[in-house]
Design a protein around this ligand. Structure first.
Ligand code: SAH
Length: 365
């Protein structure tokens, strides 16, 4: 068998390899944290990940309809909350700002919304912040490093493809018990996967039915993330909408992947140059949110969610107004909701403040 040649190590890989040789192997979540967030060479500190010159394409970048429907969801939620003023609209990881621009085009049509609006963008990547500032130049907005920095108040929080950046630990079922998957070095000094010693007990994310070879993932940062949301949503009315990829059925599997210029690559190659993600554990999001006193709706597939918000009617209206764009519009909507595309891989969940005046599922869920 021929083994594909690996790319030359990046400076960040060499730095991590030296650290591992000095201090021992690291867990997958620690590797992801360095590769994504190292202040000098991490992917999200240095890169422009989205767009044709980037590494991956997200729903708002596929079609304006996606952001418009999320705008509708937010505008209806604001009305459901009793049209509070001020109203904080918070986007986590807003990418190039495309989704927010499309959302606000819809929200602007609702009388009183813009007067109530306080716009907040939570973004750590300086280059993406710049792109967002440019896209949202006609709006007054504030940028934050973390959700914790956004002032409390009635709010809607939206996050598309944000939680998949949260680093995960991985565990592998061996013949005699569970091991943590680790990142060490091979004899040539390159980063390589290995297994830690047998763990004294099965990790909490494991199931007793998991067969030998099964991989389970757990995100150590998820509880803190949901906790921050919950503190905010318990202090004032509001909702959060999380859309991401992940299998809500709770099956085992290795979802850790690296994308470089739209191609899947070995996750230990191009360290700091490739986007690293893992599927979101929706069951964990829901149970953590419930345990923190929040209401929850979903998960629901992106297909059913966008259909419930009227994606097909919106596509047909755009086709009527722009007949020459029919095939583009049909194709991009198919990418968003098609079963073979993002429709069944992506899911939406909504979290709800216990202070909301009209409890009940938000539109689309
Ligand atoms: N929501 C956008 C972009 C998704 S990519 C879209 O759908 O197109 C992930 C986004 O989250 C990027 O903007 C990235 O810079 C940002 N991000 C990743 N980790 C972050 C963190 N810990 N805090 C704040 N923003 C983060």
């Amino acid at each position: 068998m021929t083994v594909p040649e690996r790319a030359l190590p990046t400076g960040l890989e060499t730095r991590l390899a030296r650290m591992i040789e000095a201090c021992g192997p690291i867990s997958v979540d620690v590797f992801m944290t360095h590769a994504l967030y190292d202040p000098q060479a991490g992917y999200y500190a240095t890169r422009l990940p989205l767009g044709s010159g980037g590494d991956f394409t997200t729903s708002p970048e596929i079609s304006q309809i996606f952001g418009e429907l999320i705008g509708l969801w937010v505008a209806q939620s604001w009305l459901d909350l009793g049209s509070p003023t001020p109203f904080h609209l918070i986007e986590l990881g807003p990418g190039r700002g495309t989704q927010m621009v499309d959302m606000l085009r819809v929200c602007q049509k609702v009388p009183g919304f813009m007067v109530a609006l306080k716009l907040h963008l939570v973004e750590t990547n300086p280059r993406l912040r710049e792109a967002q500032r440019h896209a949202l130049a006609t709006f007054s907005a504030r940028w934050h490093d973390s959700l914790e920095d956004v002032p409390n108040g009635n709010s809607c929080i939206v996050a598309n493809e944000f939680l998949d950046c949260l680093p995960v630990r991985q565990f592998v079922r061996g013949e005699k018990g569970w091991h943590e998957k680790l990142v060490g070095t091979d004899p040539t000094g390159r980063l390589a996967f290995g297994l830690g010693p047998i763990l004294p007990e099965a990790p909490a994310c494991a199931s007793p039915n998991d067969a030998v070879g099964a991989v389970r993932e757990q995100s150590p940062g998820l509880a803190a993330f949901v906790g921050t949301m919950a503190r905010r949503l318990r202090a004032a009315s509001g909702r959060a909408l999380i859309i991401d990829y992940g299998d809500p059925s709770g099956q085992a599997g290795d979802s850790f992947q690296a994308l470089l210029r739209h191609q899947k690559i070995h996750p230990l190659d191009h360290v700091g140059e490739a986007d690293l993600t893992a599927h979101v554990d929706f069951a964990a999001v829901i149970s953590l949110a419930k345990a923190s006193g929040l209401g929850t709706s979903g998960p629901i597939s992106q297909r059913r969610f966008l259909q419930g918000l009227g994606i097909e009617a919106r596509r047909d209206a755009l086709v009527r107004a722009n007949p020459h764009c029919e095939s583009d519009l049909t194709e991009s909507v198919e990418r968003l909701i098609g079963e073979a595309h993002m429709g069944e891989l992506f899911h939406a969940v909504a979290l709800e403040s216990p202070l909301n005046p009209a409890p009940g599922p938000p539109i689309g869920l």
